[in-house]
Design a protein around this ligand. Structure first.
Ligand SMILES: NC(=O)c1ccc[n+]([C@@H]2O[C@H](COP(=O)([O-])OP(=O)(O)OC[C@H]3O[C@@H](n4cnc5c(N)ncnc54)[C@H](OP(=O)(O)O)[C@@H]3O)[C@@H](O)[C@H]2O)c1
Length: 235
């Protein structure tokens, strides 16, 4: 992997949390100690990915950032995954099996980050509904080649906070779980430079279900208490 200029594919990067992650990753290129990266947005429709890339660059420009050092492009999910060193899966859990099947050939030896939370609406509130494997992260581990380094991260940050690159100064914790220590270290470094997240080592991938289960709690607390974009701080 070329750690000088990391190629990051954000699959479903046209969506909510995908956009937030793209913006935060892009800004790392302007920091002295940020991980220099090139971002490729993936979508089922390459044109939507290209449009999202253009919109994200415009958004950063409108916020007053120098975008000359930032590269964001758009491709189909498969082409984005093929081009990347590191892949972030920002789609709903119900769509994960078919997408992983479609991009399987591009997953060998790659780092794959999952912020995916399997949750369902039950009445006015949300419930965590993990699959039989124990968590979305463990199910994704089972659905990917053995050489794929699966890392669970970014479950407990609201897309709204990630997208608010100018005003959001709050820093929440992001617990990161993986069975691959090197991949976990890389994702922790990437997280440290997001500007609104503090990475915490959460141990092995099997611990991801606790972290995934906090997301419906945050959404429900926000709804019940008239709050917005909640996060967690353990310290
Ligand atoms: N939103 C949050 O604040 C937040 C926070 C923590 C974790 N998460 C997790 O992040 C994931 C994404 O959440 P989100 O709110 O960003 O989702 P979203 O905006 O509803 O959707 C993300 C993208 O999924 C793609 N998509 C839709 N249907 C699909 C299908 N059948 N197959 C493949 N791709 C499909 C769409 O991209 P194209 O149409 O361009 O293909 C869409 O832009 C979820 O698993 C969620 O649990 C979200």
């Amino acid at each position: 992997m070329n750690s000088e200029k990391l190629k990051v594919a954000v699959l479903g990067g046209t969506g909510n949390i995908g956009e937030g992650l793209v913006l935060r990753l892009a800004l790392q290129n302007l920091m002295d100690d940020g991980l220099k990266n090139e971002i490729i947005i993936g979508s089922r429709e390459p044109e939507s990915a290209e449009e999202a890339a253009k919109k994200d660059l415009e958004e950063l420009e409108n916020c007053g950032f120098d975008t000359t050092k930032i590269r964001i492009s758009g491709k189909s999910n498969l082409e984005a995954a093929k081009a990347a060193d590191l892949i972030i899966l920002t789609i709903r859990f119900s769509h994960v099996p078919s997408l992983l099947e479609e991009i399987r050939e591009a997953l060998e030896d790659k780092v794959l980050i999952t912020p995916v939370v399997p949750m369902v609406k039950a009445g006015p509130l949300f419930e965590y509904r993990p699959p039989a494997e124990g968590s979305a992260a463990q199910a994704i581990r089972e659905m990917t080649p053995e050489s794929t380094k699966v890392v669970a991260a970014f479950h407990n940050i609201a897309a709204g906070k990630l997208k608010d690159v100018v005003k959001c100064k709050a820093v929440h914790d992001s617990v990161i779980c993986s069975d691959d220590e090197e991949a976990k270290k890389l994702v922790m470094e990437l997280t440290r430079n997001m500007g609104c997240l503090k990475p915490l080592d959460g141990g092995a991938l099997k611990n991801a279900n606790t972290i995934e289960s906090l997301t419906p709690l945050l959404v429900n607390l926000a709804k019940l208490n008239g709050l917005k974009n909640l996060g967690v701080n353990f310290s």
